[in-house]
Write a protein that binds this ligand. Structure first.
Ligand code: ISL
Length: 565
């Protein structure tokens, strides 16, 4: 009956290595630290670890600026540490997925060091170099995701190089097939090493329009993010990316049972293209649950009012339309978009996004968010710390480190990514057990870490952590939940607040999931689904027993997973 791959049935858990566990007291997490926490990860009931980059890097983008693709940063440990991590993960039945960053390197990478030496250097063409515009200045109007122009003038040769992100992250040039060969070589190196796959960073950026034309202004720009002022119709998501992905997939498929995950920011039916004909990404990341509810207009209005001194900065949850109508439509649209193309997946948090508990505005709703993520159809990706309801941590101005926040200080509150990258909260000891008592963590530990931490939640059988584990275990046990079909259930007048759906699979029990995304109380008539059902799991981990579906009471902020008779 094992007709599904591990990456279809399983759950992915993202570890941001700098912030998970420090073993040597330098205030930055490392591989031995992760090894020491593998039993915790295993006990979470997840199946795979995705590690954000661990390679040598000057850390201008905290590892997403890679100086050597085939080694481990001394900050994180050694190759031997990596081998031990891989072995110990595998011993526990955990897969290990590496982050591959092929769109750009660090400016310190040997390829770029060569490339910038002269216009006729053999590696010149490995990056995107152009002369200044006729009147001087950058070759086109492209913008960096982190603010400002996407071009940097290199005095040595008088040409500009392209950087879609930080200026010390030059973009590689995939028009030159040697570049792809080099990256495929990197992938082969790690696959032969035994890693179980890759999460490919900004895969949709790898190909650019051959003429690098100016990008048009977006007439619907909401005025918040400078990068969003242009429509990125030439710098990303180009047809030319698909042959590149196919080469990656061919390589990955030449090894047993590996996975290729692609980071794409595509929110309509064109996401299907990233599956190819089952010859591109196994899982093109689905960020719909993060981006669809995001209300940029409201954020913009408030930014202006804050600038005028009229209001204090409101909580971020104000801009996140976390309501059942939005979420239901998001799920249905995505299901329709990928139908017949490939296996779905869901992401609610990562190292680039405000913590889900902060976006949804309360710990009660953080429970509902975890319930949603772990009961939808498609592979869930969980972000470390979300299993205990970690929230964004306010970063004092002198501690801000993230490039988009440093480059755009007035937008740091919205686009800074430090707040969601703070140290894992293990216990109530100094620095929450993340690092030695006399060390200084690279980012501040949450002020509430003595209350919200793993140790405390392990002792409380109604904690967010207990719920997370109950959810993963139920998902793992029940075929309907890990591979069954999804169908929306009509909740009538409660539609704005309550999201309900069934998960069904032949030969096992079927489930009804009912999530109250509000603090209103409801009595629902769900008799279209059945007469009676058993509460298998409730968000408070307390409610249980048989219920009549024509008269189902739902408390404020309550979520229920019901086993259908
Ligand atoms: O452009 C965006 C959305 O439309 C941005 O969110 C951006 O593409 C995204 O943050 C890309 O993230 C990845 O690549 C970056 C790195 O800083 C991030 O941490 C990584 O996840 C550059 O490597």
């Amino acid at each position: 009956m094992s007709d599904y791959a591990w990456w279809q049935k399983g759950i992915v858990y993202q570890i941001y290595p700098r912030s998970f566990q420090d073993s040597d007291g330098d205030g930055v997490g490392d591989l031995p630290g992760i090894i020491s926490r593998l039993d915790y990860v295993k006990a979470l009931g997840v199946d795979a670890i995705w590690l954000s980059p661990i390679y040598p890097s000057p850390m201008h983008d905290f590892g997403y600026d890679i100086a050597d693709y085939r080694d481990v940063h001394p900050l994180f440990g050694t190759m031997d540490d990596f081998d031990q991590l891989l072995e110990e993960a595998h011993q526990r039945g955990l897969k290990l997925i590496l982050d591959l960053v092929p769109n750009h390197t660090s400016h310190e990478h040997a390829w770029f060091q060569e490339s910038r030496k002269s216009r006729d250097n053999p590696k010149r063409d490995w990056y995107v170099w152009r002369d200044p515009a006729p009147g001087g200045g950058p070759p086109n109007n492209w913008l960096s995701c982190f603010g400002g122009s996407a071009w940097e003038l290199d005095e040595t040769t008088g040409q500009y190089y392209l950087h879609s992100f930080e200026r010390r992250q030059p973009d590689l040039n995939y028009r030159n097939p040697d570049v792809m060969d080099a990256i495929l070589g990197v992938m082969r190196f790690w696959l032969e090493h035994g890693v179980d796959g890759f999460r490919v960073d900004v895969i949709e950026f790898m190909s650019k329009h051959i003429d690098l034309p100016d990008e048009p202004e977006d007439p619907n720009w909401n005025g918040v993010e400078p990068y969003a002022r242009l429509e990125h119709i030439y710098s990303r998501n180009q047809a030319g990316v698909h042959p590149l992905i196919r080469q990656m997939r061919t390589l990955v498929d030449s090894f047993d049972d590996r996975v290729l995950i692609g980071e794409v920011f595509v929110f309509d039916e064109s996401i299907a293209a990233y599956y190819g004909d089952n010859d591109e990404c196994h899982l093109p990341f689905n960020f719909n649950l993060i981006y669809k509810p995001w209300n940029a207009e409201a954020a913009k209005a408030d930014l202006d009012a804050v600038a005028r001194g009229e209001i204090e900065t409101p909580p971020l949850s104000k801009y996140f339309d976390w309501n059942a109508s939005v979420i239901r439509k998001t799920v249905e649209d995505y299901e329709a978009a990928i139908a017949g193309h490939g296996w779905g997946n869901w992401v609610l948090g990562n190292h680039d996004q405000h913590r889900v508990a902060t976006r949804v505005g309360s710990q009660d709703q953080a429970r509902i968010a975890n319930m949603l993520l772990l009961t939808l159809k498609g592979t869930p990706t969980c972000y470390y710390g979300d299993e205990i309801g970690m929230t964004d941590v306010e970063i004092p101005p002198d501690k801000i480190q993230d490039p988009p926040a440093l480059n755009q200080p007035d937008l740091a509150n919205i686009f800074g990514r430090d707040p969601e990258r703070t140290p894992m909260q293990w216990d109530a000891s100094p620095h929450a057990g993340f690092t030695a008592a006399d060390a200084e963590p690279w980012l501040p530990v949450a002020p509430d870490a003595d209350q919200r931490n793993v140790e405390r939640q392990q002792q409380d059988d109604t904690s967010v952590l207990a719920l997370f584990k109950a959810l993963t275990h139920l998902r793992r046990q029940e075929r309907a939940l890990h591979v069954g079909d999804y169908e929306t259930v009509d909740v009538g007048a409660a539609a704005h607040d309550v999201f309900a759906y069934t998960r069904r699979h032949e030969g096992g029990d079927d489930f009804l999931v009912v999530l109250n995304l509000s603090d209103n109380v409801y009595t629902l008539d769900l008799c279209s689904v059945g007469e009676k059902a058993d509460i298998t799991l409730a968000s408070d981990l307390t409610r249980s027993g048989e219920v009549s579906l024509d008269n189902l009471s739902l408390a404020a902020d309550e979520g229920l997973i019901l086993r259908l008779a």
